[in-house]
Design a protein around this ligand. Structure first.
Ligand code: CP
Length: 314
């Protein structure tokens, strides 16, 4: 039974700002939209006459395509901006770039930016609603929502389910958003990885911390595997990729040594043979492509609910 029919927030800047009721409402609409996008006619008129700008100042495959598809399935008008082909290289500031885009009468902005806090910063300078599509090491809320929805779909309920996040925790916005989201839904969360890749404040996040990957996998119902984020590192955090793979890489040999094998997730992009072997990534234990499919419906739900707060959507 849903306790609310609208979100408590006008923007989606981070999972930290959402209530458990907000997340249940997003999941309710995700289910409706998932049913619609599996029909022969996948498009609905809900966001007709709403204009959305996808502003990507950092590379993306899944998030950018998933938002664009979600917007088109909802019949929104869509414009796309990629920093690499923009006038930023001519010295234009972020706020000037975005104010120029908004002068074209944009209602909603989807922002990916390498700077933590950029979505919140922007929300103070512009009138359009904002969805954070990943801001540096801070948050990636729609990824956490699609991850939690995918787990709920497989395990029915998240309450007291055990999810371990394995890999580079300290550089990962996915880890932080997942911890907030899963805990708000009553799950137990653990992290596992080299000590050099753990945030200093990890114990304040109310998570269990494993160093031994086999013990972590043995504990978990679900393991969400993260890539080592070399692009956010200014030095080496472990001796070699080979050693990382031996200690923390998820292989079929490690999986088959367990009493019970957990579901395997990965937000992508995967570095096959580093954090995850191809054999596991493509196995029956992996729900990685379910995550990608659910990403479109989750983003449709978030877009619909946010737009509903400011306009009469159809
Ligand atoms: N999971 C994720 O954010 O992937 P992209 O960087 O390809 O968008």
């Amino acid at each position: 039974m849903l306790k609310s029919t609208e979100l408590s927030t006008n923007n989606l800047l981070g999972i930290k700002d959402l209530t458990p009721d907000d997340i249940h409402l997003i999941f309710y609409w995700t289910k409706q939209f998932k049913e619609i996008i599996n029909r022969p006619i996948k498009k609905v008129p809900s966001l007709r006459d709403i204009t959305i700008a996808n502003l990507f100042f950092e590379n993306s495959t899944r998030t950018r395509l998933s938002f664009e598809l979600a917007e088109k399935r909802l019949s929104a008008d869509v414009i796309n901006f990629a920093a690499s082909s923009s006038s930023l290289s001519k010295g234009e500031s972020l706020v000037d770039t975005i104010k120029n885009i908004l002068a074209m009468k944009v209602d909603l902005v989807v922002l990916r930016h390498p700077e933590p806090g950029s979505a919140k910063f922007l929300s103070k300078h512009i009138d359009a609603q904002i969805i954070n599509a990943g801001d540096g090491t801070h948050e990636h809320p729609t990824q956490a929502l699609l991850d939690a929805f995918s787990i709920q779909e497989k395990l029915n309920d998240l309450k007291n389910k055990k999810i371990v996040i394995i890999g580079d925790i300290s550089h990962s916005r996915v880890a932080i958003s997942n911890i907030y989201c899963l805990q708000k839904l009553g799950a137990k969360v653990a992290v596992c990885g080299p000590q050099s890749l753990m945030p200093r404040n990890i114990y304040s996040l109310n998570v269990e911390v494993f160093d031994d990957v086999i013990k972590a996998l043995e504990w978990a119902d679900v393991a969400n595997i993260l890539r080592v984020q070399h692009e956010r590192m200014d030095r080496s955090y472990f001796p070699s990729i080979r050693e990382y793979h031996m200690r923390y890489g998820i292989t079929m040999e490690k999986m088959l040594s367990l009493n019970e094998i957990p579901l395997i997730m990965h937000p992508g992009p995967i570095n096959r043979g580093v954090e995850l072997s191809s054999e596991v990534a493509d196995s029956k234990y992996s729900i990685i492509l379910d995550q990608v499919q659910n990403g479109v419906a989750v983003r449709m739900s978030v877009l619909y609910l946010l737009a509903s707060k400011s306009k009469n959507v159809q």
